[in-house]
Design a protein around this ligand. Structure first.
Ligand code: SF4
Ligand code: SF4
Length: 344
């Protein structure tokens, strides 16, 4: 049975307490679960979309960063580009925003390159995917510390470690594949025939006559064109993504991102908002702050977060998305059975 270590901290305003709780849990998990640490361990984080004010700020990671430094373990903040058009769509803008949001203590790696073109295909042979496009700089690492923010999510229902692995570690094309429509759509109304997409498409799948058109047989769904189009003419359908099969695809990508890695998962249950940190506006938490969790099992840690948040509130807080846990367990990502070890 997986162990999930937990330390209660009742307010996000208690930064130093949160930072030392994360450090204490990391120390405990390394000792108790006999985790062997690599010489380079990136921290998978979320920098928060521009305008968002509830993402987990980097000062809360200070204890973990110090722990690694004291052991001469090199690290970096690591992230992938997002699918939608925004401040985190391309590497340069993404890094600028990360620094603006205070992520300055470590170097920053955007794992899938400038537009999402850098990925490795990880073979998993599951129901929905045989191979998954994982950001190259993540796929080629042996170990990461997956720092997740526990909160709601418009499509997944809730977001924690599995979401941070599945969507968070996927290259842009992998994100697109999870959202069902792996071939983007071009709006002929918005297209200005500038040819920027055709010039950058790695598969020469786009031709521009009067308007741009994608050759579905050539397109590999890398999603780069969505980031490149200066007129926002290329998109996918988000609405079609809300389904059980989305939860399955998310879980399969999480499986791919974690495959053959000795990851450690640290989840921060603070600022528990209805939607995720990709929302570029301020949001209010919907329940009280809870504390910090750590585990080597991404399924167990997500289940523990849901259970403790429900227990504290005397009700089911996030109803949607729980099928993700069932499916993730079924495909071997982890276990929903866990022992909660409260660190006092
Ligand atoms: S059209 Fe080209 S750039 Fe766009 S998703 Fe397909 S392969 Fe990638
Ligand atoms: S980059 Fe956008 S506007 Fe330019 S041709 Fe492609 S779809 Fe049309």
């Amino acid at each position: 049975m997986a162990k999930v270590y937990f330390k209660a901290v009742d307010s996000y305003s208690k930064t130093e307490e949160i930072s030392s709780a994360a450090r204490e849990l990391l120390t405990t998990i390394v000792k108790e679960d006999k985790v062997i640490l690599e010489k380079f361990i990136p921290l998978k984080v979320h920098f928060g979309e521009k305008g968002n004010n509830t993402f987990i700020q980097s000062k809360n990671y200070a204890g973990v960063i110090d722990y690694l430094k004291e052991r001469h373990i090199e690290s970096a903040f690591i992230e992938t580009n997002v699918l939608y058009r925004g401040e985190r769509t391309t590497r340069e803008k993404h890094i600028n925003l990360a620094k603006e949001h205070g992520f300055t203590e470590l170097p920053i790696i955007i794992a899938d390159g400038e537009h999402g073109e850098d990925y490795l295909e990880v073979e998993i042979n599951k129901k929905n995917f045989n191979k998954c496009k994982v950001g190259k700089e993540i796929a080629d690492k042996k170990q990461l510390i997956i720092m997740s923010h526990f909160k709601g999510h418009a499509l997944a229902g809730f977001g924690g470690a599995i979401k941070q692995l599945g969507m968070g570690c996927a290259a842009r094309g992998g994100k697109l594949a999870q959202h069902a429509n792996s071939i983007p759509k071009i709006s002929s109304l918005k297209c200005k025939s500038c040819k920027a997409c055709a010039k950058r498409c790695p598969e020469s799948a786009i031709t521009v006559d009067k308007k741009a058109k994608i050759d579905k047989d050539k397109c590999v769904g890398c999603a780069s064109c969505m980031a490149i189009c200066p007129y926002g003419a290329i998109s996918n359908s988000w609405v079609a993504s809300i389904s059980k099969s989305f939860n399955e695809r998310l879980s399969e990508y999480a499986y791919a991102a974690a495959k053959d890695k000795a990851n450690i998962y640290i989840t921060f249950a603070f600022n528990i908002t209805k939607n995720c940190d990709c929302e570029g506006h301020s949001m209010k938490p919907i329940v009280n702050d809870v504390g910090v969790f750590a585990s080597t099992d991404p399924v167990a840690i997500d289940k523990a977060c849901l259970d403790v948040v429900d227990r504290n509130n005397g009700k089911t807080v996030f109803r949607r998305g729980r099928y993700t846990l069932d499916y993730a367990e079924k495909i071997g990502l982890g276990s929903q059975s866990y022992e909660l070890v409260e660190v006092k």
